[in-house]
Design a binder for this molecule. Structure first.
Ligand code: GDP
Ligand code: MG
Length: 171
């Protein structure tokens, strides 16, 4: 097997869209109905093997700084991949994704692999952001769109596998 490779992946998005839930679902297969407190968040690693390559993901979650728009360039620096999460029931959270994308591109240029994540897919009946709108935006910024539900464990594994695949293609 080839030598392993490590990728830095950052989570971004408004508070309460489900960033921490996505990370905990992926790394521990757990889900909590409550907002997950900061201390449980921050930094996690996950090892996987994809196409015979050993990969370690270091996954950076916010510690709530997004609420104060205080996530500085240090957080994004040298990220290989970014997961920009919005809540399909919250139009404003989608608008905020656009701000994060701008900031990211300012710091990282076009080198970073972008994932736009439409989370809380289980709340389809309360959807406020159409698939088409999200799809059009994602392709305009050269990102891919993923639909997830951290609650139902839908689309999470696919998100990280596909992101990893795309990061590997860049190496
Ligand atoms: P963060 O602030 O972006 O890290 O969001 P959290 O992961 O703390 O989640 C905020 C709230 O949304 C919590 O009450 C979660 O249980 C809930 N949540 C997260 N993901 C989902 C989901 O896929 N579906 C539903 N229905 N709720 C979710
Ligand atoms: Mg969180």
């Amino acid at each position: 097997m080839n030598r392993g490779v490590t990728f830095k992946v950052v989570l971004l998005g408004e508070g309460s869209v489900g960033k921490t839930s996505i990370v905990l679902r992926y790394t521990e297969n757990s889900f909590n109905d409550k907002h997950i407190e900061t201390e449980q968040a921050s930094f996690r690693t996950k090892k996987l093997i994809l196409d015979g390559r050993r990969v370690e993901l270091s996954i950076w979650d916010t510690a709530g700084q997004e609420r104060y728009r205080a996530l500085g360039p240090l957080y994004f620096r040298e990220a290989n991949g970014a997961i920009l999460v919005f809540d399909i029931t919250d139009q404003d959270s989608f608008n905020q994704v656009k701000d994060w994308v701008k900031q990211l591109k300012r710091v990282l240029g076009d080198d970073v692999v972008l994932c736009i994540v439409a989370n809380k897919a289980d709340l389809e009946k309360d959807r406020h952001v159409s698939m088409q709108t999200a799809e059009e935006y994602a392709s305009a910024v050269n990102a891919k769109l993923y639909n997830t539900s951290a609650k139902l464990n839908k689309g999470i594994e696919e998100l990280f596998n596909n992101l990893t695949q795309r990061m590997l293609e860049k190496t």
